[in-house]
Ligand binder design. Structure first.
Ligand code: 3Y8
Ligand code: NAP
Length: 253
């Protein structure tokens, strides 16, 4: 009898939740609680941190979880590292559902930077009009380059205004469409786009729009992640569930 813990927060996690619900498989989708009103799901939902690796181990054992599926965002490196460690400590079957990184195509003007700090450093120089589509969690770091006008996009309205002297703030949640992002970038006369290499389609509109508008992109490469089994499609996870070695809880021991 399966009992799945699905670490969510991405469109792939939501797609997998639908498949699990359709097959009547017991599953809970977990959100960190980063947004005010996370999307509703067709399976049980829990919100909030577990309390580090120890908290996640307690959850897995206490709820007799049989399979741990990490479908968090490629930049959620801490959560993913905790999932690998907690699965190792408990013997719970573990797999990652992620999406391949975007690769530059004909016409792309990408400059790769290793992380947020690298993106901030790369913004030294005369004032520009920068689309900073990184969400809310890392905006303060860009106060080190206050000379630019920033176009910010948050999921929720912030409790206090962002500490960037020149900015426009859009409150919107993805997935985003090409038309909308291209119009947004033209309306704000954007001349540089800063983005994480999220992969997938939900955040991709802005880099396709940048290609069409011949704009440069600062591409933040993914953080290092622990070695683990990576699948790229929800269907592959369903196949894995049918064939994964039963974990401790599955064997009813
Ligand atoms: C809380 C759950 C679904 C999931 C949809 C995906 C697509 C739309 C595009 C831009 C880029 C960004 C951001 C983004 C996208 C999907 C996906 C994705 C990027 C929600 C959600 C949660 C979050 C957290 C949020 C972060 C922020 C990142 C905004 C729900 C809507 C920039 C990532 O305000 C904040 O504090 C937001 C924080 C982590 C990154 C950051 O550092 O700020 N996602 N986004 C999850 C939780 O609590 O566990 O509210 O429903 C989910 C989605 N956002 O079910 O269809 O699959 O990635 N999310 C990035 O890719 O760079 C926006 O604006 O162009
Ligand atoms: P993170 O930095 O890797 O994780 C920090 C801490 O947040 C974790 O140690 C854990 O707390 C908690 N956490 C993270 N994801 C969780 C989840 N799904 N369920 C329960 N607790 C979770 O993670 P993050 O980058 O802040 O991302 C948070 C959420 O937003 C994730 O669900 C992720 O999929 C989603 N998201 C992130 C991004 C991004 O750019 N980072 C983009 C889109 C969506 P404890 O240690 O207390 O367990």
């Amino acid at each position: 009898m399966h009992n799945i813990l699905l670490l969510g927060g991405t469109s792939q996690a939501s797609a997998l939740a639908r498949l699990l619900a359709d097959q009547g498989i017991a599953a809970t989708l977990s959100y960190a609680g980063r947004t005010d009103k996370p999307m509703s799901q067709p399976i049980a939902v829990r919100v909030g941190g577990f309390g580090g690796v120890a908290g996640l181990v307690d959850y897995l054992l206490g709820h007799r979880v049989t399979h741990l599926i990490d479908a968090t965002h490629p930049f959620a490196a801490t959560m993913s590292a905790h999932a690998v460690e907690a699965a190792r400590l408990t013997g719970v079957a573990h797999v990652t559902l992620t999406r391949p990184a975007w690769r530059a195509e004909e016409g792309d003007r990408w400059t790769h930077v290793p992380d947020i700090a690298g993106a901030v450093a790369a913004l030294a120089g005369p004032p520009r009009r920068v689309m900073l589509a990184l969400g809310r969690m890392h905006v303060d770091a860009f106060a080190a380059q206050p000379q630019h006008h920033y176009l910010l996009r948050f999921v929720d309205a912030p409790s206090e205004p962002p500490r960037l002297p020149h900015h426009s703030l859009i409150v919107d949640r993805g997935p985003f469409a090409l038309e909308g992002d291209r119009e947004l970038m033209q309306a704000h006369a954007i001349d540089l786009v800063v983005t994480k290499n999220a992969g997938g389609t939900g955040a991709q509109a802005k880099i396709i729009a940048a290609r069409q508008l011949n704009l440069p992109v600062l591409m933040i490469d993914r953080p290092a992640l622990p070695a683990r089994t990576e699948l790229h499609a929800p269907d592959d996870v369903m196949h894995w569930l049918d064939h994964a070695a039963p974990s401790v809880a599955d064997r009813g021991v």
